[in-house]
Structures are given as C-alpha cells and as structure tokens.
Design a protein around this ligand. Sequence first.
Ligand code: FE2
Length: 266
Amino acid sequence: MLPVISVSPSMGAAELRDAIQAGLAPKKAAIVRGYFLEAEVENGLQGLRRSFDASRDQATIGETPDQVMTNFQKMNIGGIFNTRIYRPRFLRAIYNPIWEEDIYGLRGLFCKFAGLRNAILDYAPGYAIEAIEEDGSWTASRLQHYPTGGGFLVEHVDSVLASVHDWAGYKQFLQFLLPLSRKGRDFTRGGGYVCIDGEKIIIDDLMQPGDLAIYSGLIAHGVDEIDPHKPLQLGVDSGRVVAFANLYKDFRKNAAMDRRYREIPA
Ligand SMILES: [Fe+2]
C-alpha cells in the first residue's frame, strides 16, 4: 500500500506543501487525493480522444530539442534513445506545452497541475508555467499513452534525469503522475508500479479518478504490459493515458550544462 494524502484545492500553497511533504516522508511515494476532480481528468481524456490524430506520430529518435517545446507526438518503441541507456519501452509521448495551441483542451488541467507542483516544491505560484524562466526552466506538459495490446516501460530508476536535476539545481527529485485513464475501464491488465521495500506496488490498482501519484525518481518503477491479451490498438480510445507536468531545463542557454548533458555516460 501507499500512503493516501487527502487535500483540497482550497488549501493554500504552504498548507498543501506541508501536508504532502509529510505524507511523502515515510516511503518517498504517496497518492494525493482530492486536488483534481474526477470530471477534470475525464474531460481531459475525452478532449484527447476527440482531437487525437495518429498521423502526427513522429519517429522514435531524431527530434530536435525545439520540437518537444511545441505540440509534438512520437512513438517510443524499442530501447535505443538519445542517452545510450538500453531501456525497452512501447508508448506514445504527446508533448503539449502550455504556450502552444490547446488542441486537447488540457491547458487548464496542466496549469493546475504545474501550480500544485510549484506549491509542493516551494516555487512561486507561476514558476515556469506560462513561459520559459530566465534560468531556462519550463513545464514539459505532456501525456504518455501505453497502447492496448502491450504498451509497457521496463523497470528503471530515473538515473539520467536525477543527474540532470542535480546539475540544474532543482530542489527535490520527485515524479508527479496524473492518470487520465482508469484501470478496469480503459484497460484491465498491467499498469504503472513502484518497488518499495522489495514490494511491487501497482499504483493503477490503488488510484481513484482524480488521484495524483508522487514518487521519488530514485525508486525503481515501470509499467507492466497494458492488456497484452488483446490485439494491438494504437488509437487512444483504449489503453493507459497519464499526464505529467515536469520541470525541464533548456540547457542550450548554458553551454557548459549543454555539453555535460550530451556527455552523460551510458
Ligand atoms: Fe522513469
């Protein structure tokens, strides 16, 4: 089990931060309940389904750093990626930055999500939400879609991201994950998990609509195959869809950082 932290959107930033940080302390992972409404996440999923266009899928590798700062979508298949770490996966990444056209109607949800992230990490309320900060920070608001028929992500710790986070001077390395899909309705088998004290905890089994999962990126995590017993369906009408609002840093504003990032060892 994971701790469940009950909050409400009417709580102030300091109150939210205190409650959530206290709830995270024992296991470095927890579920936050009561901040997002069931209807908000459901509307987000339906907005994606209405406007989704599979013809926008780009190749697994080869995009430029600029492209993920626009409405950009690609299939991540296999294990070969920019960082040279072999990490097998099968998922679709859909980047939907806040300053881009709001094609899925997700802007309000992403702004609220990034605002909660800022409260938890003790940043100013609007930090890196509407624009790129002086230090290069921006909100990589994006979705991941794990298709019915075997979408997965191999177990890993976010070691590369942790290094980058460190260099970037971010305060705490937490992952925030907001499911838009529901296990039991949009898929029945598999799901996202974290490994804590030798126990594999399928977070999708614990979460209710509107729940947010938070975990340290240094905890092993992954996604077990989504409905591998069904034929592959690449559309978003089924499968697992989760939203993220990570802080990314555009290292091109800092040549030394950029070089370091490109030289991360495998
Ligand atoms: Fe990860």
